[in-house]
Write a new protein. Structure first.
Length: 139
């Protein structure tokens, strides 16, 4: 009988890891844009309050960071919680920079802190889930 040998995923170093995390975050932004479009249609036809729109935006952020963390956890062979949380931080920081550029002001208030906490938590959960669905698992 032949035994299958699991080879660890070659992370390729820090630069390749960061590039993969950036690519994962950009992919999750595409998913977030689609979800935001659907949310905007929903909010338009349901005449939602500002609080409802804020909650909807936080849910889309959570889903985006969850997807990024899941993809990172699935790619890297270990430490899914750290790579997922890193993707959550990267997602949130890019989101904050883009928001500050569009609005023309620097806003690092409670909304940024909330988005950062959501990003870290959901990214870490996605990383854990991604590790548990890794490619060549033994059964």
């Amino acid at each position: 009988m032949l035994k299958s040998v699991q080879k660890p995923v070659n992370d390729g170093g820090i630069v390749q890891g960061l590039l993969f995390m950036l690519k994962t975050v950009l992919f999750s932004y595409i998913i977030s844009l689609v979800l935001l479009f659907v949310a905007a249609l929903f909010a338009n036809y349901r005449s939602m309050s500002n609080m409802g729109i804020s909650i909807l935006a936080n849910v889309v952020t959570a889903i985006g960071t969850l997807v990024a963390g899941f993809s990172a956890g699935r790619h890297f062979s270990g430490k899914g919680i750290f790579f997922g949380a890193g993707c959550g931080i990267l997602y949130t920081v890019i989101l904050c920079i883009a928001g500050n550029i569009v609005s023309g002001t620097v806003n690092l208030g409670i909304s940024f802190l909330t988005a950062l906490l959501i990003g870290v938590f959901c990214g870490a959960v996605g990383g854990i889930a991604g590790i548990n669905t890794a490619h060549n698992r033994r059964r």
